[in-house]
Write a protein that binds this ligand. Structure first.
Ligand SMILES: [Zn+2]
Ligand SMILES: [Zn+2]
Length: 354
């Protein structure tokens, strides 16, 4: 997996860069000897750093979920990101009910790829990306998507020294191999891409944490994991929501003992898990101070960044749908943004007779 073994081609390491790389390697070796559950407990500040490498105190967790279109060549359509600094978590005095205040510390992002925003899954893993509940959805092109990833994977330890060493990153996901595969394919192998991920020191997966805790022998689904923790997998299969549900499940699994999870449920608290998830969702949509790439306004019909899709008044005419006798559909998008044309072209490309 290229994302996990990255180097910067041709880079001449300075003494400081060499020292930073050494420290990162020491931390990586330390984490390699820990279970995913223990790593997550470190991340939420439940285990004092003690004998851990000092760099651990600067660690950031980056949770990611991706969505790609269900028809080959399956372009990446969405990236969800939720991220927090481990030191922030440790510093929270009042964790709130079910760690609500910890979960509100995280920043939540939801990116949709402009070029393929019209390719929405309806068959195998139907999703409704316009019903994202965490963070404010932004539309990005390829360059902006790369920059968005760089924003969270390349965070300087000292904000006053942006060219200095960066915070080590623990990459969290659910069935994360799929997301790594989608990101690798999307980003390609060109120079400058692999360096985005050279801050990574560990990869952890909620499926593995669940197995370590004996919750399920098989690979647990995200929906089942949410239900197990007492909240609905609402508007799932959308990257922003799946990312948040992954992070919430990971934090709650890490803190099971402290949160009093017993006999399949949390002990009685003033708020239900569902209410806490809703509170985190609301907070994530009003939090300020986080920089999103791309534009929040984008029309999937005509590509305007001035109005949203439902406000589109542009007269468009999708030739493909018009020729196929789908008159009503043809008036809603250009051929360039036609899902039916994409599927037809994809099928033709795969046909041995084409
Ligand atoms: Zn429009
Ligand atoms: Zn069409």
């Amino acid at each position: 997996m290229p994302l996990l073994n990255s180097t910067i081609p041709g880079a001449e390491p300075t003494t400081a860069a060499f020292k930073a790389a050494e420290e990162r390697r020491t931390l990586k070796d330390f984490l390699a000897g820990q279970s995913s559950h223990t790593i997550m407990r470190h991340c939420v500040g439940l285990i004092p750093c003690g004998k851990a490498p000092p760099l651990l105190q600067h660690t950031i967790v980056v949770a990611i979920a991706c969505e790609s279109f269900e028809v080959s060549p399956s372009p990446l359509t969405e990236i969800g990101i939720a991220t927090f600094k481990c030191s922030q978590m440790a510093a929270v005095g009042n964790q709130g009910h079910l760690a609500e205040n910890l979960l509100k510390q995280a920043k939540y992002y939801h990116y949709r790829l402009k070029e393929v925003a019209h390719l929405v899954n309806t068959k195998y893993c139907p999703g409704k990306p316009w019903l994202n509940r965490f963070g404010i959805t932004h539309f990005v092109n390829l360059g902006e998507a790369k920059q968005a990833l760089r924003d969270v994977f390349q965070v300087p330890i000292n904000p006053n020294n942006p060219r200095g060493p960066v915070c080590p990153v623990i990459f969290l996901g659910h069935a994360i191999k799929n997301d790594i595969r989608m990101l690798s394919k999307f980003l390609g192998e060109e120079d400058g891409t692999s360096s985005i991920f050279d801050s990574m020191v560990a990869v952890i997966d909620t499926q593995i944490i669940a197995r370590e805790l004996g919750l399920e022998r098989q690979q647990i689904g995200l929906q089942r994991l949410c239900e197990m923790h007492g909240f609905e997998f609402r508007n799932g299969h959308t990257a922003g929501n799946d990312t948040a549900y992954t992070l919430i499940s990971a934090v709650w699994m890490a803190m099971r003992k402290e949160l009093g999870f017993d006999n399949g449920q949390f002990r009685s608290v003033p708020k239900t898990p569902e209410q806490v998830v809703e509170a985190v969702s609301r907070s994530s949509r009003v939090q300020g101070g986080q920089r999103c790439r791309g534009t929040a306004t984008f029309c999937e019909h005509c590509e305007s960044v001035v109005h949203r899709t439902r406000a589109c008044r542009m007269r468009v005419n999708g030739d493909y749908c018009a020729k196929a006798g789908k008159k009503a559909a043809s008036l809603t998008h250009t051929t360039h943004r036609c899902k039916n044309a994409f599927i037809a072209n994809s099928c033709a490309a795969r046909s041995p007779y084409s």
